[in-house]
Write a protein that binds this ligand. Structure first.
Ligand SMILES: Nc1ncnc2c1ncn2[C@@H]1O[C@H](COP(=O)(O)OP(=O)(O)OP(=O)(O)O)[C@@H](O)[C@H]1O
Length: 563
């Protein structure tokens, strides 16, 4: 169960996960690559890498030691040099790109691609996407897919519900499994020794299982065995047997179970080409530290490389693409990415910038300049652009003993059909559910103390609409995708703006309408005001009277001024 993690702890762990770090100089020498930009970028090194300021559609430049190659009119016009250490893979991408002569307009790609085919995905995958109703990539997918296909390590940051899962799953499926380019019958050979090619790590079972379902959906029922979940709470030996029998190419799991099976020698990931950390800031928390360390040490380690003997960690993982994903990116993630990844890029919906170029004040993630304000600064930087723009936020003041009743009135006033109510302590959930049910509202509790089966049954009931109000703790705050959820209620205040952002993000997904209501006591109002400031969104006071949500004119005007 993901625990509540303070931002200080996230910082601390970013520092304490021990890996031999490379100096900047040695890093680029080792990877034999550099990020080069065209003149416009060279003039302003700190400007975000947008297509316009990169001279999109003009030239694509690759430098190999002293040799310069120029490619013109490439399909995925991506002006950042592909990492040299991965030249082999990149070459195939480039040759494919050169064959297609079509030139894209600046406005149409890749940040605003109108179709998946513009992003260089293989036709079988595009067909599967179409069949599943995915026709137009989201902004973050338009930015991330070509970046990863160009062999870059990446930190993907974009607001909750903006489609970050497919942003990394699609490049993986382009290169791994039956939907990849040039998938041949030889690949299908039965009994052939196959190695895991992608490892996706998520902080909770629910999230890992959700990712598995997303991958399975695209692979189709005939290829379900290509992906396997390795989550805690389920029978470990059955998972190990399935690994042996099905020889999956992609595994998705929680850190503990992946590390456990790896330590038992039952998970062979040395040839792995993709390592993804979904909800990476949560994975940096102290309780995952050892497992993440093991995963980092073993996944994609070159054969023959000795983890103790090698001086430089990146030599050993030069062929592994490391991708880190979250709606909130505190500086601990930036620091971790610099240690674990090779020249990583920060991918956001409308920009791609080298992480190394992040300097105070240039982009929305910057290193706190002074320790005095660092906490506030960190929170602010980490949560900017983490919330869907269409979300509406309110707070309602009530007495502690009236909170659940206020929740009930709130649900009626907004006519919400699918509600997630967050509390901070597991022991309080049952009482809240009891009070709601007593007033005729279908409710259920979800928390980590329930077994795996109990958790998935309740989630199923919530998704199907059988349960109207899901009362839960932080377990459900991260990554959970229930598109129908139209209201999130904070029955207890979240510990900080990062937690607020992830809780709030369970509603209003992918452009849908959504409302977030924080029910608090008078003495807690100053915290809401602080959250409002850190998140950069108006949170006006409201009340629920005669079955309606009421916001005073004064509050409305104040909120309008903040928008
Ligand atoms: N291109 C697309 N077209 C239509 N639907 C999409 C597309 N991409 C993703 N989706 C759907 O959007 C929803 C949200 O996607 P996803 O869970 O990946 O968001 P996220 O950014 O990872 O959110 P969070 O930060 O909360 O984890 C999912 O139901 C997903 O199937």
């Amino acid at each position: 169960m993901p625990s509540l993690v303070s931002p200080r702890l996230l910082f601390l762990v970013g520092e304490t996960i021990h890996l031999k770090k490379l100096s900047r100089g040695s890093s680029s020498a080792l990877c034999q690559r550099s990020v080069r930009f065209f003149s416009r970028v060279d003039r302003d090194k700190n400007a975000p890498l947008t297509l316009a300021n990169l001279g999109f559609n003009t030239e694509f430049e690759t430098t190999t030691k002293n040799k310069r190659n120029k490619l013109e009119n490439v399909k995925v016009n991506y002006p950042i040099e592909a990492p040299k250490s991965r030249e082999k893979v990149a070459t195939s991408n480039k040759s494919r790109a050169v064959r297609v002569k079509k030139t894209l307009e600046i406005e149409s790609a890749p940040f605003a691609a109108k179709s998946f085919s513009e992003l260089g995905l293989p036709p079988p995958l595009i067909e599967r996407l179409g069949r599943e109703g995915f026709n137009v990539p989201t902004d973050v997918q338009s930015a991330a897919i070509p970046t990863i296909l160009k062999n870059h390590d990446a930190v993907i940051q974009s607001y909750t519900g903006s489609g970050k899962t497919l942003a990394y799953v699609l490049p993986i499926l382009s290169e791994v499994g039956p939907l990849k380019n040039n998938y041949s019958s030889a690949d299908k050979e039965t009994g052939k020794k196959t190695e895991i090619e992608a490892v996706i790590v998520a902080p909770s079972r629910e999230l890992a299982m959700q990712i598995v379902r997303e991958v399975e959906k695209l692979l189709g029922p005939e290829n379900k065995r290509v992906v396997q979940q390795l989550v805690g709470g389920a029978n470990r030996s059955r998972q190990e047997e399935a690994l042996k029998k099905n020889k999956p190419l992609i595994v998705v799991g929680t850190p503990g179970r992946i590390a456990e099976i790896s330590a038992a020698g039952k998970l062979h990931t040395h040839g792995c080409r993709f390592l993804v950390f979904d909800e990476v800031d949560e994975l940096l928390s102290f309780n995952f530290r050892q497992d993440i360390h093991r995963i980092l040490e073993h996944v994609g380690r070159r054969s023959g490389a000795d983890p103790q003997g090698q001086k430089n960690s990146l030599v050993r993982w030069a062929d592994r693409r490391t991708i880190m994903v979250s709606a909130t990116v505190p500086f601990s993630v930036v620091r971790a990415a610099r240690s674990w990844a090779c020249d990583p890029l920060l991918v956001q919906a409308k920009s791609v910038i080298p992480l190394e170029s992040l300097a105070p004040g240039t982009v929305n993630l910057s290193k706190p300049t002074s320790s005095s304000n660092s906490d506030l600064n960190l929170q602010h930087q980490a949560t900017v652009q983490s919330l869907p723009p269409a979300l509406k936020h309110y707070y309602c003041v009530t007495r502690l003993q009236h909170k659940v009743d206020t929740l009930r009135r709130c649900v009626h006033a907004l006519n919400a059909q699918s509600v997630i109510a967050f509390m901070n302590h597991t022991r309080q959930l049952k009482d809240a559910v009891f009070k709601l049910e007593a007033r005729g509202m279908n409710a259920a509790e979800l928390h980590g103390d329930l077994g795996k089966l109990g958790r998935s049954t309740i989630l199923k009931k919530f998704k199907s609409g059988e349960v109207r109000v899901l009362v839960t703790n932080e377990l459900a705050a991260r990554g959970l995708d229930v598109p129908e959820c139209d209201l999130v209620v904070n029955l207890d205040l979240p510990t900080d703006s990062i937690h607020y952002a992830h809780r709030a993000g369970r509603t209003g997904r992918l452009g849908r309408k959504g409302t977030v209501v924080t029910i608090c006591e008078e003495r807690e109002v100053f915290v809401v005001k602080k959250l409002q400031k850190q998140l950069g969104v108006p949170i006006p006071a409201c009340d629920f009277t005669e079955g309606k949500l009421i916001v005073s004119d004064k509050e409305e005007k104040h909120a309008e001024a903040l928008r």
